[in-house]
Design a protein around this ligand. Sequence first.
Ligand code: LM2
Ligand code: CA
Length: 464
Amino acid sequence: PYHDPHCGGRQVIVHLFEWKWTDIAAECERYLGSKGFCGVQVSPANEHRVIVQGGDRPWWERYQPVSYKLVSRSGDEAQFQDMVNRCRKVGVRIYVDVVLNHMAGLGQSGTGTAGSEFNSDQRSFPGVPFGPNDFHTRSDCPSASGDVDNFQDSENVRNCNLLGLVDINGGTDYVRGKQADFLNHLIDLGVAGFRCDASKHIWPGDMAGIQSKVKDLPEGGRPFFYHEVSDFNNEAIQGSEYFGEGYVTEFRYSVKVKDGVDNLDQLLYVYDQGWNMSPSKHAFVYVDNHDTQRNGGVLTYKDGARYKRAQAFTLAYNYGFTRVMSSYYFNSNDQGPPHNGDLSTKDVTINADGSCGNGWVCEHRWKPIGNMARFRNFVSSTDHVDNWNTANGVLSFNRANLGFFAMGSNNFNEQRQTGMPAGSYCDLISDCKIKVNVDGGGNAQISPADGDDPFVAIISQQGY
Ligand code: LM2
Ligand code: CA
């Protein structure tokens, strides 16, 4: 019931990490709508702490909520509403990152981005309002320190303070009501769903209790929910505990796809049942996210061509619901988004060649990434992957007779079975700079338009 993204059959979400609402609205209109993106995951929209360290505001201040007022580093409620409306007009929905497990960190007090006061040690958040009764107490948490420190014990994981962030008790009607009010307000503004932060640390029953108080979308149907749960099959908590509540992030996919880009035959097994990975219909997948791109072990924009391969493949293949990461350049893990002298976030500028300026990476505008959204949308009605071929270091396969995809690590020129009806097709990767001619037997000579982007993708959609 929580699995429909409500974006007219589109299939790809992009996380515009730390973007301002005004820039997201512009990006919907100038790029995402026409490229066929389903929607945008936005950074937490609610009031949060302001943290200044070393002349910078770290990105993670937004994971320390102060209230559910919609004034954040990305903008205010009027700007948020304008973004939702303008994106929606071009077929793009907004999915909000919601932090329901905790409020700000212990030892902290002051004023949040909307001007609300708070005092974490006193469990005082008058902007909601939440008080001491709305948090887990020392006796609920079995750890010696009061922090989450034993992932083999679900009481520890769910009732203690994650990283010293004061832990909300989602067991009461009051708390569930306040959190549902927050989500319902966002639905009133036109959002289509939620990325639930740290769901692993919230009891599935509490999550279900909140979600049951969340209304249907105005156009009908349940909002789209996807839950952040890291599960490597070695802890007390399994992602499958949340399957009833929506999609669940599949962290193992990022590891598998990284291994696969250098060993193409392994890519056929990126959904590894031996690892107990989630079935496709529950798996929310990505090459990297804002945490893993900092913690290592996965591919990121810093990997360049290998990253493109992993991301293009992810969109071509048949596993999970896909999210694309869009970053800013960073050297240290804490570094916040590009900022002006007054520490406000810089605008996203667009260069003549379509890339972004002002320190924004915009992976989603890299051709083998952004141009694969249309491919994913069109082939998603089949679960087939056919004619898998990795000869000469070039992977190719087709998705029934709907689409054909090829990728190498250098320029290539290969004769391949495409599984497509005879015809002359537009190469999506190069925005139709070249055509691919498929003969009556389904064979075609395949060569990328640009050797720097060694990919070819075609679909049998009218007009392409
Ligand atoms: C998440 N998913 O489940 C987010 O994706 C992740 O980015 C969040 O951590 C985490 N869970 C909690 O929402 C980030 C960041 C942490 C940071 C927290 C809170 O990765 O480093 O913790 O946000 O801002 C920071 C300090 C940490 C300190 C804590 C509390 O780095 O040292 O712990 O604040 O003061 C004492
Ligand atoms: Ca918790």
